[in-house]
Ligand binder design. Structure first.
Ligand SMILES: CNc1nc2c(CC[C@H]3O[C@@H](OC)[C@@H]4OC(C)(C)O[C@@H]43)c3nc(N)[nH]c(=O)c3cc2[nH]1
Length: 373
């Protein structure tokens, strides 16, 4: 365990990189996939099960936790790590994105955002300063700047105005974060799909200086092609020696394409959320266990998978417990999906270190049938 926060790059293969983020609470192998634990739990998973899937770090959420049970209560109870029994690194999002996507009656000003809770309608305010205070109270190891993520499509002027507001908020976030050894503050690049605005945002963030940099404002409905077009240049505007975090991504092929373009960290609710709806990701493609064709199928989801669902249960059983809305269905499918996402990350880390990323990527795409399997 190091007392500091640091990022060591071990190898590159093209634009893809592999390395380790050292934190006082443990190491994060990159490229890393971060399961989302929005309300202090990765839904349907025990913390030790999340670790067993291969996760080194998970995500918490300022917006959800400030509303319930409140950051002050979690602080009084010893912080988020103790509260949710996860002693490894936690990254928390700053709340801006969730306010815009979840809260009601929002008012956005230079100061910040006031809004009504989607839970009980109570009034709240988030500013860069308040977001930093909440994330400090939670005790998260990697703190995100308070930003505004505009919904796409949006016209260029709106994107530019929003990005420049986020850069002023990044300055205020840095000032409010203070001096916290062993903890990191990440800036968030905005600028939509405009290359010059993305570059302006990166320059603004580098002038302030952060321990890591996120590419924000993507995975908001622009589609994979537009996202990859942006990722063909945006990571390159960021410092080579700091972690690059692509927020909210994504499906397995999104993740592979992002790592190929120089991204080191990603988070997405997809593997956990889709596990609860019966959607299963495997090396051969996607299937939905609720489909009647699985009712008598004795085979595992994926013959080559070593997760508890694939080692101990048939598709027929998983179909049955999904149809019967049994709790074990969410547990097993979430575990499988998270395990598979971590397998992809481990495979990429190994391939980049060996200089065989192109071959690994070709094999990854070759194995995936189109449609249900
Ligand atoms: C899905 N696509 C997507 N997510 C994005 C996010 C939120 C990242 C998600 O990870 C979790 O944070 C802990 C949360 O779980 C929900 C609530 C699902 O969303 C949060 C973003 N966050 C910030 N601060 N700025 C961004 O520009 C941004 C862009 C995104 N695009």
């Amino acid at each position: 365990m190091s007392e500091r926060f640091s990022f060591d790059l071990h190898a590159r293969d093209g634009k893809a990189r592999t390395g380790v983020i050292q934190t006082p609470r443990g190491a994060v192998r990159t490229p890393a996939f971060m399961p989302v634990g929005t309300a202090a739990t990765v839904k349907a998973m025990m913390p030790e099960s999340v670790r067993a899937t291969g996760a080194d770090i998970l995500l918490g959420n300022t917006y959800h936790l400030m509303l319930r049970p409140t950051a002050e209560r979690i602080d009084r109870l010893g912080g988020l790590h103790k509260f949710m029994n996860w002693e490894r690194p936690i990254l928390t999002d700053s709340g801006g994105f969730q306010v815009m996507s979840l809260a009601g009656l929002r008012k956005l000003t230079e100061k910040g955002v006031t809004f009504k809770s989607h839970i009980d309608g109570s009034k709240h305010e988030l500013t860069p300063e308040r977001s930093m205070e909440i994330q400090r109270l939670l005790g998260s190891d990697i703190v995100m700047c308070f930003d505004e993520c505009p919904a796409l499509p949006a016209d260029r002027d709106r994107i530019a105005e929003s990005m420049r507001l986020s850069m002023r908020w990044a300055e205020r976030s840095r000032a409010a974060f203070g001096d916290r050894p062993g903890h990191a503050l990440f800036g968030i690049m905005q600028g939509g799909l405009e290359q010059d605005l993305r570059e302006e945002s990166a320059e603004a963030l580098k002038a302030i200086g952060f321990e890591g940099y996120a590419v924000g404002g993507l995975a908001v409905g622009e589609g994979q092609e537009a996202m990859f077009d942006c990722l063909d240049y945006a990571p390159g505007f960021l410092p080579e020696d700091k972690p690059r975090y692509l927020m909210g991504v994504g499906k397995p092929d999104d993740i592979v394409g992002a790592v190929k373009r120089g991204i080191d960290m990603m988070d997405c609710v997809l593997p956990s959320r889709s596990g609860r709806t019966g959607q299963v990701f495997t090396r051969h493609g996607v299937l939905n266990i609720k489909n009647a064709r699985h009712i008598d199928d004795p085979r595992p989801l994926d013959e080559a998978c070593t997760c508890p669902a694939c080692r101990n249960f048939s598709r027929a059983y998983l179909h049955h417990v999904f149809r019967s809305q049994e709790i074990i269905s969410s547990m097993l499918l979430t575990w499988h999906n998270l395990h598979y996402f971590q397998e992809i990350m481990a495979g990429m880390r190994e391939a980049i270190a060996a200089g065989t990323f192109a071959a690994w990527e070709a094999d990854f795409h070759a194995g995936r049938a189109q449609g249900d399997i």
